[in-house]
Design a protein around this ligand. Structure first.
Ligand SMILES: *[C@@H]1O[C@H](CO)[C@@H](O)[C@H](O)[C@H]1NC(C)=O
Ligand SMILES: *[C@@H]1O[C@H](CO)[C@@H](O)[C@H](O)[C@H]1NC(C)=O
Ligand SMILES: *[C@@H]1O[C@H](CO)[C@@H](O)[C@H](O)[C@H]1NC(C)=O
Ligand SMILES: *[C@@H]1O[C@H](CO)[C@@H](O)[C@H](O)[C@H]1NC(C)=O
Ligand SMILES: *[C@@H]1O[C@H](CO)[C@@H](O)[C@H](O)[C@H]1NC(C)=O
Length: 297
């Protein structure tokens, strides 16, 4: 088991980015959006075929049942972009899920169940960018073992432009209907959220300076639940619409309460961080062998 895990680490660490950055201060507590607990806050159900690039990441647990892990986005016809922490059993980043235990569903609005018996894809390889040593580089590319036919799902292009606060963005995710996560919703949710470059974003991590770096900040200012991403949405897409087409802006990573004294509740006065997908563009082009001009808007 140890050897197998070690081997996985070797192949996945072959691409590393930049120097060590430390955002572990925001990883304390329950801010991680990796475990299934609740839904895209205040969202509505996606329409059939509205987001054909949406991916679902599952792993086989000890009882060999498929467990929902994270969201993702289809790029080209065989690569999924997601968060690197989605490749790990838990947020400690100690133990990766063996690639052979991972399964991916693409282009569906409903979560996989025994009833719908969706086609799943195995994973051939993963690339990540320095995670977990570099917690800010929480971004990964999954290579599927087979191409996804166009009639099943279609890919999304990357938003390569500057991230302004005024860009209208939406976050997509699968989640539960109640806050303790015991009643999972089987439908994909979508909610509009606000990109922020307020000082509240820099207060939570030294690795966010503005939205031109690795991380994009989203802020929920409401005392009551406002639109937000939440646990279980990790890896899923933050998108923007332009001329009736969606473009991928970010991938969900983590949320952080603004004040030590407050609780970490999604949608209630917290900041959220997303990997800026445009930051990884050169690496995505290299790994997927898709020309940059086809990858971006
Ligand atoms: C990273 O930040 C955490 C929390 O602030 C701190 O405990 C830790 O020592 C830091 N690590 C490094 C390598 O600076
Ligand atoms: C919350 O998201 C929903 C669904 O996208 C949207 O209709 C609504 O306007 C959003 N609310 C705010 C305050 O952004
Ligand atoms: C936020 O962005 C605007 C425009 O890009 C800029 O003028 C402002 O200084 C930024 N604020 C912070 C806190 O970075
Ligand atoms: C930071 O968050 C607080 C609490 O929600 C809010 O009152 C304040 O306006 C925010 N700061 C900025 C610069 O947006
Ligand atoms: C927040 O919710 C409470 C209880 O539902 C309500 O009384 C209050 O008016 C709400 N506050 C805002 C700012 O919406």
């Amino acid at each position: 088991m140890f050897l197998f895990t070690f081997f996985l680490c070797l192949i996945t660490l072959k691409k590393t980015l930049g120097s060590y950055v430390n955002i572990s201060s925001i990883y304390s507590g329950d801010g991680a959006k990796s475990t299934l607990a609740s839904n895209v806050i205040n969202g509505h159900d996606a329409f059939e075929g509205e987001f054909p690039f949406m991916a679902q990441i599952y792993y086989l647990d000890r009882q060999r049942n498929f467990r929902f892990k994270c969201g993702g986005s289809l790029i080209g016809d065989k690569h999924i972009l997601t968060a690197a922490h989605c490749l790990y059993k838990d947020f400690s980043g100690k133990s990766m899920i063996p690639l052979e235990d991972m399964r991916i569903v693409v282009g569906k609005n409903e979560r996989m169940s025994k009833k719908n018996n969706y086609k799943t894809y195995s994973v051939k390889d993963v690339n990540k960018f320095g995670y977990p040593e570099n917690r800010a580089a929480d971004f990964a590319i999954i290579a599927l073992s087979a191409n996804v036919p166009e009639e099943e799902a279609t890919s999304i292009q990357i938003f390569g432009g500057e991230i302004q606060n005024t860009i209208p963005v939406q976050v997509l995710g699968f989640g539960s209907l109640n806050s303790d996560g015991s009643m999972p919703s089987s439908f994909l949710k979508v909610a509009s959220v606000d990109i922020s470059n307020s000082t509240n974003c820099s207060a939570k991590t030294i690795h966010w300076k503005n939205n031109d770096g690795m991380l994009i900040c989203q802020e929920s200012r409401g005392k009551n639940e406002s639109n937000d991403s939440c646990n279980g949405d990790s890896g899923g897409p933050l998108i923007t619409e332009y001329k009736n087409k969606y473009y991928l802006v970010g991938t969900v990573i983590i949320g952080a309460k603004k004040k030590e004294t407050q609780k970490n509740v999604c949608g209630k006065d917290i900041v959220g961080y997303y990997a800026r997908v445009g930051y990884y563009l050169d690496h995505i082009a290299e790994i997927t062998e898709i020309p940059k001009t086809s990858l971006i808007l």
